[in-house]
Ligand binder design. Sequence first.
Ligand SMILES: NC(=O)c1ccc[n+]([C@@H]2O[C@H](COP(=O)([O-])OP(=O)(O)OC[C@H]3O[C@@H](n4cnc5c(N)ncnc54)[C@H](OP(=O)(O)O)[C@@H]3O)[C@@H](O)[C@H]2O)c1
Length: 352
Amino acid sequence: MTSSGKLKVGILGATGTVGQRFVQLLADHPWFDIAELAASDRSAGQPYERACRWKLSTPMPARVKSLIVKPPEPELACDLVFSSLPSSVAGEIEAAFARAGYPVISNSSNHRLDEDVPLLIPEINADHIEIIPVQQRRRGYDRGFLVTNPNCSTIALALALAPLHQTFGLRAVMVTTMQALSGAGYPGVASLDIVDNVIPYIKNEEEKIQTEPLKIFGALTDDRFVPASFQISAQCHRVNVSDGHLEAVSVKLERPATREEIIETFRQFTSPIEELRLPSAPSRPVILKEEEDRPQPRLDRELAAGMAAVVGRVRACPILDYKFLVLGHNTIRGAAGAAILNAELLKAKGYL
Ligand SMILES: NC(=O)c1ccc[n+]([C@@H]2O[C@H](COP(=O)([O-])OP(=O)(O)OC[C@H]3O[C@@H](n4cnc5c(N)ncnc54)[C@H](OP(=O)(O)O)[C@@H]3O)[C@@H](O)[C@H]2O)c1
């Protein structure tokens, strides 16, 4: 902990697309202070300013420029770590940190579906953090633990589904995503592949979107997660947009509802964790746009500082019941912002 009472945090994968977003969002955070930055052998040993090809539109925060990037080994001087490592290495490295006593708040997919790891969206399943003592007991972790946030498209989708699931129940969900380039990391998709083009394939993405919501909306009973039982079909596409995943969703509900009731349900969905006053929590996790041609990535991704799911074009579906669009900022609510909100919840609930 720092002299000002903030928790010291480390960022694993700090030079990457999500890592840079962590650095930006944590630069003036009231509860957390960036103490350690880690990345690959390519970067380790260099000052962050030299190691990192900074791609955000705000300047690199002055105080991280001279921090020396370290290897992602559990010898970092910090109270917890955020991880945005590639899935090729994240699984083992994150487990090593948890074993060594660090709370690990991860973006990577490796541990998301582990039976004792929360797949957390604080506005939906905050109670899932109660599995943490079980995880620690089962794995022999002392102070350390693993908490994950869902896939970037899953988070926006789940936030939009939450009010419908609560009020009417869900039977089936069909979703077609149009996902931004920053979702592929840096340098990501080659320009000659994506200019004037749409790529109708993102490795493992459809599988993630088809499974993760069932864990998120599942119940934690008797030390285990019982998944929700609705069906999900996803089709994923990479499009020529810098930030912001747009998703076209159709839903079949358990109970009949009028369009007005659906609209009202979206409008009235407030954050169930509002009383915790978490610094990164949007006051409205779902924002409903009324214009006929919204949400749009360029115009709407920064609403609520990029932390809300922006819904629009709610209308009847002739095959299922209703269809709508949802937009989420993939590196903020879909990644770094989501993990920071998870850490804030864990701190407010006494886990950090
Ligand atoms: N981009 C998104 O919108 C998004 C959203 C949700 C989740 N995620 C997940 O977040 C993770 C990071 O994604 P990204 O888009 O930020 O990727 P990225 O831009 O490619 O960044 C990868 C980061 O990991 C480091 N790294 C690479 N190989 C490593 C190794 N062998 N050992 C240690 N560090 C290594 C890189 O360091 P160097 O600079 O030193 O190479 C860099 O800091 C992935 O698991 C991804 O699936 C991404």
